[in-house]
Design a protein around this ligand. Structure first.
Ligand code: CTP
Length: 441
């Protein structure tokens, strides 16, 4: 029996895929199709795949051409597969011409003519032409605009709130807020904390999808209200904390939740930055964000995601210049079986790490933990330490934008942060600004 193997992502299965599977099948008696795992794709930089691995496997299965479907998970797996399954022919499209010659040491390598004029990329671009408007100061949104540029299917309409002087976004047109909403299908908001609620509300009321930094609203009820308008108007409303979308962070959460470090007893997060605060007295004119505005939501997110929002008690201590500008804030939470601390600073520097302690071991994420790429799971026995690395390209905006796009195309919000987390973050900000049970130093 002649065995043939071929590999691919097979996203949104199209005629080109069908043709190659048919031709590959004709080369022998038994066809094995390797479908790439989501992880493998994202590691090799293919991040805007629309369908999940299971959906892609289903697509290949439905063609009825594959005798066996396997998952491709790692670099070098092809050699293992060829040996393991006793493969006679490795077949792949001509776009890979020459790239797999090294496999001829193990089996015959055949490049099959690629079907012209069709590809998953093309379908994605056609389906997802999304006009995205960016709201916020140029100093912040230039990063997101840079990363959005490489995502096929996203067109940046322009900005609002950008003063127009910043060279990094000078190629983008600056509109009034309402004009920008008018011209866009979806809005990315990273504006000043206290402007966001009205902006999100207006955008949703006008049928636009929204990806907004946290907090979106000051107060739990307002956040709930935003969820309700989004639902009523069929809009996607997603949290814009980019850490939540990094593969490493997401993996870390799954591991903690599946008991890798036992029961969690403590979560500690620290986020600080020294930049920008040379002239604190003129912070508002200079659009400088306070410690809480810049970091609060990010530092709180893992605490609420891991331990939930039903804490028994909490203490906030802050060193502030005025009601809206804190330099340093420390938030402590007591749960029935655990404790947590979030520390944020602006104009104050500390080690920006995250430590999650459990009954069997602990997770250590080195600074800057909010750009999660690498983390360790450590145990009493140092030799058992496990290391995890998932590369994060750029600042990580790309991942949240791709997820946002995917949610819009699928017509539903894929919630990486959890509605209760968003609401609790909003509540903390309200209490903080109102100085409700907040200690000043
Ligand atoms: N293929 C083909 N003809 C096409 C598109 C793909 O023969 N028009 C082949 C590829 O050469 C590969 C297999 O189908 O052997 C799976 O390719 P995949 O990368 O999943 O498909 P693409 O449409 O090329 O995806 P993308 O645009 O995301 O690169």
């Amino acid at each position: 029996m002649k065995k043939v193997i071929t590999y691919g992502t097979f996203d949104m299965l199209h005629q080109g895929h069908l043709n190659i599977l048919k031709r590959a099948k004709e080369l022998g008696d038994y066809l094995i199709v390797g479908v790439t795992s989501d992880d493998f794709d994202s590691r090799r930089g293919k991040i805007n795949v629309q369908q999940s691995m299971m959906e892609r496997v289903e697509g290949v299965k439905e063609t009825g051409l594959a005798d066996q479907i396997i998952i491709e998970e790692y670099e070098g797996q092809k050699i293992d597969d060829i040996n393991r399954f006793g493969i006679d022919i490795f077949a792949i499209g001509s776009d890979w011409q020459g790239k797999f010659d090294y496999l001829s040491e193990f089996c015959q390598v055949i490049y099959l003519e690629r079907t012209k004029g069709i590809s998953s990329t093309k379908i994605r671009t056609k389906n997802n032409h999304l006009r995205l408007g960016l709201v916020g100061n140029a100093g912040r949104i230039w990063k997101v605009s840079n990363e959005a540029l490489v995502i096929n299917g996203i067109d940046i309409v322009g900005t609002s709130g950008n003063d127009g002087c910043d060279k990094r976004v000078s190629n983008l047109e600056n509109f009034s807020f309402k004009d920008l909403i008018d011209k866009s299908d979806a809005i990315f908001i990273e504006s000043n904390v206290r402007d966001r609620f009205e902006q999100v509300k207006y955008s949703l009321e006008h049928g636009k999808h929204v990806l907004c930094d946290l907090p979106m609203a000051i107060g739990k009820r307002k956040q709930q209200y935003l969820f309700e308008i989004a639902k009523k108007n069929g809009c996607v409303l997603m949290s814009g904390i980019k850490t939540a979308y990094s593969t490493a962070y997401y993996r870390l959460l799954l591991m903690v939740k599946s008991g890798e470090i036992g029961d969690v007893l403590s979560v500690e997060t620290t986020c600080t930055s020294l930049s920008e605060v040379s002239k604190i007295s003129s912070y508002s004119e200079n659009n400088i964000w306070s410690a809480m505005d810049a970091w609060g939501a990010t530092a709180l997110m893992p605490i609420f995601q891991i331990l939930g929002t039903d804490y028994i008690d909490r203490t906030i201590v802050t060193k502030s210049i005025d009601k809206y500008f804190d330099l340093f804030t420390k938030m402590d939470f007591i749960y029935e079986n655990a404790v947590a601390t979030a520390k944020v600073g602006k104009g104050i520097k500390s080690e920006g790490e995250m430590i999650i302690s459990g009954t069997k071991g602990y997770v250590y994420v080195p600074a800057p933990w909010w750009k999660t790429e690498y983390f360790e799971i450590r145990y009493e026995d140092l030799n058992k330490k496990k290391r995890f690395f998932y590369e994060l390209e750029g600042e990580g905006f790309k991942y949240e934008l791709v997820n946002f796009l995917r949610a819009i195309n699928h017509g539903r919000t894929i919630n990486y942060t959890g509605d209760n987390v968003l609401k609790e973050v909003s509540r903390i900000y309200e209490e903080f600004y109102n100085r409700k049970d907040v200690n000043l130093i």
